[in-house]
Design a protein. Structure first.
Length: 159
């Protein structure tokens, strides 16, 4: 049996907004808020099937004044894709979650944690792109108020 040490391959960060007070409108058209390309070319050839990726992100949203009273909640969707060209739907969705928000809700940063075991074919390309999107389906206006960040790391090996 061959034992290969764990390899730390890469870490990347993407900062869309690192403060509060943003006013970028959100809609049903997904907005790219994080984009990283993890370099995995250094993976030992025996480890190309053992690459694992850890991803974390945070987004903050708020009402776009004025906020009308509405009996319907807003649905906020966050999703992460592997690959693609930075346009929603062009990559493979590896994480997807929806949050329902009432018009009377108080907002807080939404944090996500995702993981991926990319296929060896993707590892052999040398770089794997991950993107974080946010979209809303809402009867009232919402904005990306910041912060909005997306971080990832890649390692390889087995324990």
């Amino acid at each position: 049996m061959i034992t290969i040490a764990i390899q730390i391959l890469d870490e990347r960060i993407s900062i869309h907004n690192n403060g509060f007070g943003g006013s970028e409108p959100l809609s049903t058209l997904p907005l790219l808020v994080g984009d990283i390309g993890l370099q995995v070319v250094a993976a030992n050839p025996l480890n190309t099937s053992n690459v694992r990726v850890s991803l974390v992100g945070t987004v903050s949203i708020d009402f776009a004044p004025p906020t009308p009273e509405s009996p319907s909640p807003a649905t906020v969707t966050l999703f992460v894709e592997r690959g693609g060209d930075g346009t929603a739907g062009t990559g493979v969705t590896i994480w997807d979650e929806q949050f329902d928000l009432a018009p009377t809700a108080s907002f807080f940063p939404i944090s996500i944690t995702a993981a991926d075991f990319p296929p060896a074919a993707d590892v052999l390309t040398g770089q794997i792109r991950y993107v974080l999107f946010i979209g809303v389906d809402s009867p009232f206006s919402l904005v990306l108020s910041g912060p909005a960040v997306f971080n990832g790391s890649a390692s390889a090996g087995t324990t």
